[in-house]
Every structure is written in C-alpha cells, then in structure tokens.
Design a protein around this ligand. Structure first.
Ligand code: H79
Length: 691
C-alpha cells in the first residue's frame, strides 16, 4: 500500500482503479542537442562569468546632475561629450587588477569560462590594439588586460572569451551618431571603413591571445548594421580559430529577451547559440543551445549605489533552472576602477562555490530535465552507458521526509543526497518516493541523485489551458496529453458539490475542449487504457460577478480628460503628490513624444454587453490601467515598448477608467486595446466605448 498523497483526487483515483503500473512504457526522450564538438566544453561548463569593465567603472554610475543610475551606458545615458569621456583614459589605473585572482574566483565558483569586454559600446579597448589609441595602452596602467587574463586562464581551467561590441560610440566612422551628439558631425563617416576596423580588431583578438573560447558580439541592432555583415564576422572568426564559439548577436534579433536570432530570421545570421538577456525562457525547444546572461544586481558595469544584489539562493536557483532547460548561465560581475570585484559579488561567488563543491555534478556535464514542471524544483540528467543519473534540485525541501517524484517509472537502482547518505526509496503508481532527512542538506538547494537502469520512463501530466481562470458566462478549457500514446481522462467537479467524492466515479475521455459554465475544478490525468500513469493535474475555474456599472448607459458620459506632469521617474509616481502642469478635455490616448513626462487619462468606459473584457496595454516606459479602482494591468517600470494583458469582468454600462503613463527618456509608446474576451481587440484613442 502506498501512502496517501496530499492530493485527495489522486488518491481517490488510486483506490478506484487499484491497478498497478506495468510495462506501458513511454521512454523519456533524450534532450541531448545535436552533436557539435566545438561546443562540448561550453555545454559541459554550464556556468560562466561575464565581466563588464572599462572606463565607465570610474564614474561608477553617477554623473553631474544626471543622477546615480548609470553604468556601462553612461556616455549615452548621461549624454557625456566625447572629449569629456575621453579624459577617463588618463584616470584608468586599476593597480589592484590580478588576472589570476579573477580566474581563481570564477573557477572556485564552479564556472568554466569568462567572457570579458574587450570593447563595450563606448569603444574603449581593454587590450593593446594597433587600430586605436583609445585603448589600455594610453592609460597610466599600460598593461594589456586581455593578455594577462589569457595567460592566467589555463592555469585555472577557464576558457577565456571576449565580448566585443559592434556598436561603437567613439569611432568616427560608426553610424548613427547619438541623437544628442550635436558637436560631432557624421559627415564623412563611412560604415565600410568601420567594418574594416572591426575586422582588424577581431583579428587581433583571435591572433594575439592563443585559443579563445567564445567571441561574444553585441550591439548589432542599429539600422547601420546588416545580417550579411554578421555572416562575414562569423566567417572571419572561424577562419582564424575554427574552434571558437560565436554567439548569435551578429544580425537582426527580435529583441533582448527570448530565444530569437538563430538561422532563418529576416536578414540575420545565426551564430552558435542564443543569448536571452536578463531573463530565463519558460520553455525551450529540445536541442537548442542557449545561454542566459544576467546581472548580479541591476547593472552590468560597476555602479557604486546599486546594492540590489540577488541572493545566493536565488542565483543558484537560476543556475539550476537554466541547467534543467539545457542552457548555460553567464553571471555578470562589474569590477571596480581599482581592479577588484565588489564585495557583494565576491561573497556570492564564494557561497556559490561552496554549494558547487558538493552539488556541481548536478550541473556540470548534465543535460536538460526529462520531466515537465516539478512542483518542488528542477531536474537535470546524465546519460551513461546502460544507466541514467537523474538529479533533483529541491527548491522546496519537503518537511515530511518524503520527496515524491511524480510520473517516474522504470528501474530505479539507488538514490542519495549529494553531500549526504544513500536514501531509501519506493516505487508506486507512476511515482517514486525517496525518503529524505527532514533537515535540508545546505542553506540553498538540496540535491537528490537517483540512478536508473537504462533510461527512465516518465509519464507527464496533461496540460490544462484556458484563456482565463475567472469567467462571466463560460470558459473553454483545452487539455493536452503529456506523453505520446496515452489518453486523457478528466473530471469536472463543481464547486458547490466538491465534498461529494462520487464526482470521481465518473470520468470522461477527453475528445474536444470542455465548456465550463459554473465554478469548478477540472482534474485530468493521462491513462494507458484503464491504468492511470501520469500525475494528476487540476485547475480551478471561478465564475465571477461582473463589476457593477456605476450607472446605466448615458449619453452625457463626457470625453477623456488628460492631466500632464513633468519629472524624471523610473517608476510611475504618486500622482496625488504632484502638481498638474496642464489639463486637456477630450484628450486622445497616445504617446506624447516627449521625455520626462507623465500623463493620467480618466473618463468613463462604456461597455455595451456584460462580459469578460480583455485589455492589452503597450507602453514605453511604464503604465498602469485601473477600471473601477482595480488595477487591471500593471506595466510599470523603465522599459522599451512592452505589452501586457489584463482582464476585467464588466457589467453593461459605465465604468471608471484611469490610465497612467510615463516616459523618462528615449522612445515613447502608449497603446491601449480593448475587446470582449475571444473577440478581436480594438485600439482606444478618443472614445471610451466598446460595442
Ligand atoms: O552589455 C550589456 C548591455 O550593456 C548590453 N547587453 C548586455 C550584455 C545592452 N545593450 N543594449 N541593451 C543591452 C538594451 C538596451 C537598453 C537600453 Fe538603456 C534602454 C538602452 C537605453 C535604454 C539600459 C537602460 C541601458 C541604459 C539604460
């Protein structure tokens, strides 16, 4: 007899069927990417150090009256004239720089490579370049940083790699100029000549420093750069060092986030792996090579005031999450102008290293998880001749002494806690239960390793999808099978008779989307014939009362009122504390093409039918939508044009409408769309009416 789980429904099913699992085996498909031998060391490493270092470390994020929020972009974000910025060259003297110490810190943290800025967008070169005097040899320091690092790296098992910016705000031939850079004419600038310069520098970087791990390009998104230039660059790199890995930032990508920009996109050229920035993708296709680069605090370059460091546990969870999806983690350090790492970074690297000493085998050389989502953590695996090791990274360590691994079948031969003892285990109805100590093995993430003969058999739960979980009339729910060859049975348990276990006597075989009309929980599980093999999954759907209309439809509803405010914000301000600069009646909802501005639109939104409404709000920078005083969409923050969705159940009639928006600098966007859920959305500009 197997212990009852917390999931009442699952146990009911268990007792109803009382049938043991047997050979209806669905083998977990291997997640291994296609062979690409030059990537072997990089895949094995899984973890690397990014270093953003250059002249910008000197101002450390602060500039005159331009605030304290800058970093490696400071020349642009604080609009520093070229002649003024150039003077940092005379000041750059990192007397405490020690290449061995840096490589050792990376290696001790369990990292296999370092990617450091040979040149960032400001154009300053940390290496001895024949092509420019805007380099390290013009500083009082006069030591080739790249050379010292390249020499130190092999002693610490580090693959040294260069980040080299395509965008260049210093070179006279690079276009476009920054919009505000009036004193520096673009006349005579020639991108063809700039490309020659870039090629010569890349040649230096791949000729003068021995074998280079990765050429990590960036800053390729301006209109002056084209996909075919990226292809040229790629070919130059592998022509010089056939084994060098080249990232994907060579041609047009779809944006900083996500897995954009491999082969097959408009005008672009692929490179060897994808580079989501500051984010970990949710789901990643099997077989893709990718690397999330991320800051430890909020900025890449050194910023004296940025103390928003992620915790060690958070960083380790990110590493596990990424490894479980077959990706790499490139974790950034922004060294200080004296050549040392910030204390907070040193501390985190050392704590990460302590964890890796014991648990590193669950990261290094692993491939992605054969499981879907695990409630309590992540998994990685290593496939050996005749057996598989599954590593379970337990983020939420159970307090009842039992780790339940759902959907796992096959022949488990042993289980142990990394850094601890062998652990007893039992197998049952589509799950394995490992007996674990109550106390977590470390302060961050305990890892349980499970050995399986051959390959594991894994039964995935089905997925339940629906446009909303709260609905007004009804909602259409779609189920999808988790493992091929199985069928789904489902139960719709109405909220009002949830206590009646009879509900579980009748299941339906899933054939087409289910329409739920009352508050209910939908349960689903994959079956092989009559045998339940996957974990049970459930989702709650709630029928909600539409928000009352403030009064019935009336024709004297008035137009949209707009209040304008001036100021510099990184988040939406508290408007009640601000003075209104101007007020417009009958305003139009669109971006004011201005900087340092905030606007608040108010009025009455009229909907002609009672229904669930969908809203899509795109803004650059932040915005927030309130209906009847409730936040429907929170799209706040400093960001490029970014869309967020929200939903509101609205009764026919008028509703209080409030839209807040601000733009600090750069591009300005404001676009609000509304529609009844399931129908197309229309843009709202000067009339707050939805037919
Ligand atoms: O090198 C790091 C960044 O400097 C670089 N990529 C990583 C690895 C990068 N360049 N551009 N971007 C990232 C995205 C552009 C962000 C911007 Fe901004 C928003 C530029 C101006 C507004 C961030 C916020 C930088 C300055 C303010």
């Amino acid at each position: 007899m197997y212990p009852l789980s917390n999931n009442k429904a699952a146990d009911v099913i268990y007792y109803i069927t009382m049938i043991e699992l047997f050979a209806a085996a669905i083998f977990a498909t291997s997640q291994a990417p296609l062979p690409n031998p030059k990537l072997d060391w990089w895949r094995e490493a899984r973890f690397g150090m990014f270093i953003h270092w250059g002249l910008y470390a000197i101002p450390a994020g602060t500039w005159e009256d331009k605030g304290t929020g800058h970093a490696e972009w400071i020349r642009t974000t604080a609009q520093i004239p070229l002649g003024t910025y150039d003077k940092f060259v005379d000041e750059f003297n990192p007397v405490l720089f020690d290449a061995d110490a840096w490589c050792e810190m990376a290696s001790d943290a369990g990292m296999g490579y370092i990617v450091i800025t040979s040149k960032h967008h400001d154009g300053f070169c940390l290496f001895d370049s024949e092509q420019t005097n805007f380099d390290i040899m013009s500083t009082p320091f006069k030591r080739d940083i790249m050379r010292e690092l390249a020499e130190a790296a092999p002693k610490h098992d580090i693959q040294m790699s260069w980040y080299h910016s395509i965008m260049d705000w210093h070179h006279q031939d690079y276009l476009p100029r920054r919009g505000w850079e009036k004193e520096r004419s673009a006349e005579g600038a020639d991108m063809q000549r700039y490309r020659t310069y870039l090629h010569k520098q890349v040649t230096e970087l791949l000729t003068n420093y021995g074998p280079v791990g990765i050429m990590w390009f960036d800053g390729e998104w301006e209109a002056s750069w084209r996909g075919e230039y990226g292809k040229e660059l790629y070919e130059l790199c592998i022509g010089l060092q056939p084994e060098v890995i080249v990232n994907n930032r060579l041609g047009a990508r779809g944006g900083m986030e996500g897995l954009t920009g491999m082969d097959g996109y408009a005008g672009g050229y692929g490179g060897d792996y994808m580079t989501p920035e500051q984010e970990i993708p949710d789901a990643v296709d099997k077989g893709l090579d990718w690397e999330t680069c991320m800051t430890m605090n909020d900025r890449w370059g050194y910023n004296l005031h940025d103390k928003n460091f992620k915790s060690t546990t958070d960083l380790l969870q990110k590493l596990c999450d990424i490894a479980s999806k077959n990706g790499n983690f490139l974790l950034n350090i922004g060294p200080k102008p004296d050549g040392t790492f910030p204390d907070e970074s040193i501390q985190r690297l050392s704590e990460i290293g302590d964890w890796m000493d014991i648990n590193g085998e669950a990261i290094h050389g692993t491939i992605g998880s054969p499981f879907g989502k695990l409630d309590w953590g992540r998994a990685t695996q290593k496939i050996h001749e005749g057996s598989t090791t599954l590593y379970f990274h337990v983020f939420d360590w159970p307090t009842n002494g039992a780790l339940v691994i759902p959907g796992l079948s096959g022949t488990v031969t042993s289980a142990k806690i990394l850094g601890g003892k062998d652990a007893p285990f039992s197998m049952g109805s589509g799950k394995v239960i490992v007996t674990i100590p109550i106390a977590e093995p470390n302060d961050h993430i305990g890892v349980v390793a499970v050995e399986v003969k051959g390959k594991p058999i894994i039964y995935e739960a089905p997925t339940i999808t629906a446009p909303v979980t709260e609905f007004v009339d009804d909602v259409e729910v779609t189920l999808e099978v988790g493992s091929q060859g199985l069928e789904i049975k489902y139960w719709v348990v109405l909220q009002r008779d949830e206590q009646a276990l009879d509900n579980f006597m009748v299941s339906f075989t899933y054939k087409e989307p289910i329409v739920v009309r009352e508050s209910a929980t939908v349960y689903a599980r994959c079956f092989d014939g009559e045998i339940p093999v996957s974990p049970m999954i459930s989702k709650v759907f709630t029928k909600v009362t539409p928000w009352r209309a403030s009064y019935a439809f009336s024709s004297d509803r008035g137009g949209i009122q707009k209040n304008t405010y001036n100021g510099s914000w990184d988040l939406l301000p508290d408007f009640s504390e601000l003075d209104v600069v101007s007020t417009v009646n009958d305003a139009v909802i669109k971006n004011a093409d201005k900087e340092f501005i905030a606007e608040v639109f108010t009025g009455l939104l009229t909907v002609k039918r009672t229904a669930m409404y969908e809203f899509a709000l795109s803004s650059d920078d932040g915005s927030r939508l309130y209906i009847d005083g409730n936040i429907v969409i929170d799209n706040d923050g400093l960001h490029g044009a970014q869309i967020k969705q929200g939903y509101a159940p609205l009764a026919k009639g008028n509703h209080e409408f409030r839209l807040e928006w601000f733009n600090k600098t750069g591009g300005a966007t404001l676009d609000l769309r509304i529609g009844k859920l399931g129908e197309s959305l229309t843009r709202i500009t000067n009339a707050l009416v939805v037919e």
